[in-house]
Design a protein around this ligand. Structure first.
Ligand code: ZN
Ligand code: ZN
Length: 329
């Protein structure tokens, strides 16, 4: 038995190939993929290639007869975790000190028809959350909401907030900020269409090169070094810079006077703990029509090579790979 899945060959080349049906280890289950959302962080694998099947915003149905979750619709929580280290026991299941494997990064992910998933990484999805919306509960809602919850005790809700980068994380952050009581939200992004959507969500446009206006809470969601450095520059004294964007290359900071002569806090978060999941479902339910606007174009596996290239070029915000019998296609 084989499955169809993507291989990222490097140099922006993707091919759909036959792979053996995943071997399901003890403590794991077979998940038949229904949707996997494309993520900007996969662009580095697109450039460099990967021995693993990529894709880490995965939603599917458990196909493990006899298992308690057989037939259940589940998302995949990507950090594999031991469950008994200090971090895991504290509820920080994304910060395991023993296991650093991430599904889609160091083991096979969701750009294919099926994968084996550790039981501990299954997040059952309630029936009222559609297949197309479910993947938003991971990076788009999970990562942004977790970062904001972490910073919230340090910044007053009435303070001026800037979201840098109106991609999925930035747009998700705007909705989560509003839900958590922040009222004065600005947004910057070089792409007009994204800025427009952010403004429809209620954020005010902020010119990227405006270094004079200061903010108490800056969420850097682009991962661009130039944006990160601007964030350090424009954060107000005693303010918070929250880094949610990712970048693989070395980051150099020129310690200019506005950066050096200031007390401020810099925070970083990359994902979320499993214990956040229930409140993130409620967050999605409260603002479902707005989150639905982030739902991307749905496409079949055969189109992944072209769709990934369009996504990497910034043409599409959050395209969704659709796989299997239950596919909407
Ligand atoms: Zn991601
Ligand atoms: Zn652990």
């Amino acid at each position: 038995m084989t499955i169809q899945a993507a291989r990222f060959l490097g140099n922006q080349s993707v091919s759909i190939q036959e792979w053996p049906l995943p071997v399901v280890a003890p403590g794991e289950v077979l998940l038949r993929v229904r949707r996997t959302a494309l993520c900007g962080s996969d662009i580095k694998l697109w450039n460099k290639g990967s021995t693993w099947i990529p894709g880490h915003e995965i939603f599917g149905v458990v196909d493990q007869p006899g298992h308690a979750l057989h037939g259940k619709r589940c998302l995949v929580f990507i950090p594999v975790h031991c469950g008994h280290c200090t971090s895991c026991l504290a509820g920080d299941t994304h910060l395991c000190e023993t296991d650093s494997v991430l599904v889609g990064w160091n083991r096979h992910g969701g750009y294919g028809e099926a994968l084996s998933v550790p039981e501990q990484c299954l997040l059952p999805v309630p029936d009222d959350i559609s297949d197309d919306l479910a993947p938003l509960l991971l990076d788009t809602i999970g990562t942004s909401a977790h970062g904001i919850r972490m910073a919230k005790p340090l910044v007053p809700a009435a303070c001026p907030v800037l979201v840098m980068g109106a991609g999925p994380i930035g747009l998700g952050a705007i909705l989560a900020l509003q839900d958590m009581g922040f009222t004065d939200i600005s947004v910057s992004d070089p792409r007009a269409s994204r800025l427009e959507l952010a403004m429809e969500f209620g954020a005010k446009a902020h010119a990227i090169d405006d270094m004079a206006t200061r903010f108490s809470f800056v969420l850097e969601c682009s991962g661009a070094h130039v944006a990160r450095n601007r964030a350090l520059h424009i954060v107000r004294p005693h303010g918070v810079v929250l880094l949610l964007g990712e970048n693989d290359n070395p980051w150099t900071i020129e310690e200019t006077k506005p950066i050096r002569r200031k007390d401020f806090i810099m925070m970083r978060s990359f994902y979320f703990p499993k214990s956040d999941f229930a409140q993130n479902i409620e967050l999605l339910r409260r603002h479902r029509p707005l989150y639905a606007r982030l739902k991307g174009q749905v496409f079949p596996l055969a189109e992944l090579p072209q769709m990934f290239a369009r996504f990497a070029a910034g043409e599409l915000i959050k395209p969704l790979l659709s796989v299997g019998r239950d596919s909407a296609l």
